[in-house]
Design a protein around this ligand. Structure first.
Ligand code: BMA
Length: 324
């Protein structure tokens, strides 16, 4: 195996991959890209499971220590509903969970795979057993969305990643606002793919949802580099202003986590680390990530280390990253 050195802020869990199809109570092709939340003192993962048609659904897995002894729902917890929601005809993918204290509910932003392409849908739940769908909130092509846990000036805020398919532009991260979670506006493009030979040249998309820190909102994002043998998915960090999350304070120039272990380098899609969720326990970030679109792995880091690392990084505006 070609061992590549990347930033070693995160440590891979010795149990990796912590969840794979052999752990699943029913037959699936792959389990990956899971949302994460701490619910009733346990780590809850809302796992994307792909069936043998290629269509994905979500299944809940729970663990006290967040690494082993997972209890997995015996059947899909949330299935696509193409009859009631035609935009889910080709499945539901890549969920991100946010606790909305004001509503006393969890919000789930996920990709609904419609005939027109992937789009962003929202649902809420209080117990991860029953779910209320709010339906599509962004038309295709758009994905990689998560809500902030609080309102800004009376509005909810959401990060997401639209793609202009008619243009050959790289895909960038936007922020949008809503008074009611259903109607979204004040759209602003805030995090750009860096083009050229950069590791995040071809696409960027939100990875783990905004995490409140003393220095602002910490997010991770995936950067995609297209190579002769396919795409490489790696992760970077961004710190957003606490009061105005449209304002990018810092962004890592280098990727901070990339495919390195065998289970990340080879699978249904090679060379992919893709996170949809992290939680913080006792100052430690537990980052759950899909590896090679085939299994779920865990890596941990000190939250303080992540924040001080990203704070040392410049915020290069598009086009001026050679300065400094
Ligand atoms: C992205 C998403 C992810 C997937 C990744 C790598 O576009 O669709 O669900 O993990 O590609 O295949």
């Amino acid at each position: 195996m070609n061992e590549k050195k990347t930033r070693e802020l995160f440590t891979r869990d010795p149990n990796n991959p912590i969840l794979s199809v052999k752990d699943w109570p029913y037959e699936v092709n792959s389990v990956f890209n899971a949302a994460a939340a701490e619910v009733n003192g346990e780590v809850l993962l809302l796992v994307r499971a792909e069936d043998f048609r290629g269509i994905s659904h979500f299944t809940v897995a729970r663990s006290k220590n967040g690494s082993s002894d997972w209890r997995i729902d015996s059947e899909p917890t949330l299935r696509a509903d193409p009859a009631g929601h035609p935009e889910e005809i080709w499945g539901i993918e890549d969920p991100r969970i946010t606790w909305l204290k004001e509503l006393g509910k969890w919000a789930i932003a996920y990709t609904a795979y419609s005939r027109g392409g992937p789009l962003v849908s929202l649902a809420t739940t209080g117990d991860f057993k029953t779910f209320e769908r709010l339906g599509p909130v962004m038309p295709p092509e758009d994905k990689d969305a998560a809500l902030f846990p609080v309102k800004f000036g009376g509005n909810w805020a959401m990060l997401h990643r639209p793609v202009a398919r008619s243009l050959n532009f790289p895909a960038n991260i936007w922020i949008s606002y809503s008074p009611d979670l259903r109607h979204w506006g004040n759209h602003q493009e805030i995090i750009y793919a860096r083009e050229g030979s950069w590791w995040d040249a071809n696409k960027v998309g939100l990875s783990a949802p905004p995490l409140e820190t003393s220095e602002g909102w910490l997010i991770s994002y995936h950067g995609v580099r297209t190579t002769a043998s396919g795409s490489i998915y790696r992760l970077g960090l961004v710190l957003l202003d606490y009061e105005n999350p449209a304002h990018v304070l810092h962004r890592t120039d280098e990727w901070i986590f990339g495919p390195k272990a065998a289970y990340e380098r080879e699978g249904d899609v090679d060379d992919v680390v893709f996170t949809c969720g992290w939680i913080v326990r006792d100052g430690i970030v537990y980052m759950y990530y899909g590896a090679a679109d085939s299994c779920i792995a865990l890596a941990t880091a000190k939250l303080d280390d992540l924040v001080s690392f990203v704070k040392k990084c410049p915020n290069h505006a598009p086009g001026d990253w050679w300065k400094n």
